[in-house]
Design a protein around this ligand. Sequence first.
Ligand SMILES: [Zn+2]
Length: 293
Amino acid sequence: MNTRMIGDVAVSRVEEMCGPGFRPDALLPAFQREALAEQADWLMPNHYHEGLDRLVASVHSWVIRTEHHTILVDTCIGNHKERPAMERWHQLDLPFLERLAEAGVQPEEVDFVMCTHLHVDHVGWNTRLENGRWVPTFPNAKYVFARNEFEHWSETTDEEAARIGDANILAFNDSVLPVVEAGLAEMVDGEHQLGDRLLIEPAPGHTPGSCTLKLTSNGAEALFIGDIMHHALQVYYPHWNSCFCVDPEMSHATRRRILEESADRDRLLMPAHFGAPHAGRVVGKGDGFALAF
Ligand SMILES: [Zn+2]
C-alpha cells in the first residue's frame, strides 16, 4: 500500500490492476516510435513492456483522508460487470475492496465518491452486485458528478447504445444510474468546493464534463487529473491525444494548460493510469515538459 502525505492529508492509491495494456499506436494514435528511444531512461519497465510492445497501465482509485472526510477519486472497472467488448475488463473478480480495507477504509466510511468523468474505468466500483441487482457500494457517500458529463451520457438513446455496444453505455447503466436512483448523486456545475480542502474544476476535452480535483493542505498541493493524461508519454508529447479523447482540440488545450500551470511548482500530479510510481511533478524541459517521479 502506498500512502503519501500532502500537507496533513493522507492520500493512498488503491490498485485494481496494473500491467501491459494497449499498444502505443492504439492508445495514442499520433504515437511515433522514436519516442521509445528518446524516453528510454524512464519508460522501461514500469511504463512500457518492450517484449509485448504494450504500454503499461494502472487502474486505481485515490483515497483522500482529510481531517473531516474520506474521499474516493475514480472507482475503476468493478467486479462482475458485463464488458464483452473489453476482454481484460470483462466479468472481473478482483480484491479491490480488500485492498481498500488494507488502506484503512471500509465502504461505509466513504463520505464522497468523485468521478473525474464517467468512462467505464472510472465508475465501476460505484456499484456492486447484490442478489442480482446493482446497489451503491458506498452507502453513506455522496457521489459527485459533473452535470454536463451526466447529461452527455444520458442523451445516448437505447437504440444507439444497442447499436454501438459501447462499454461506456453499459457502465453508465450499471454503475451510474443505480446511484442516481438511490438518491446518492450530487450533480455539480462548474467549480465546486468539496469539503474544506478540495476544489473540483472543469477540464473538458477528454469528455465534455471531465474535471480535475485540487487538494491543498498547508501550502502543499496535489491535482487529480483523471484521464487528461492517460500515459506519462503525454507529458513529453502533449499534442498526443488518447484514442478515447472525445474532442481532440479541447483535450490538447486542457492538457497543455494543466502542464503549464503545474510546471515547476510544488504540485503533485495524480493521474488515473500512470505506471509506478504513479504520480510525479511536472518540470519545464526546453520548450516542453518532463515528469519528475
Ligand atoms: Zn481511464
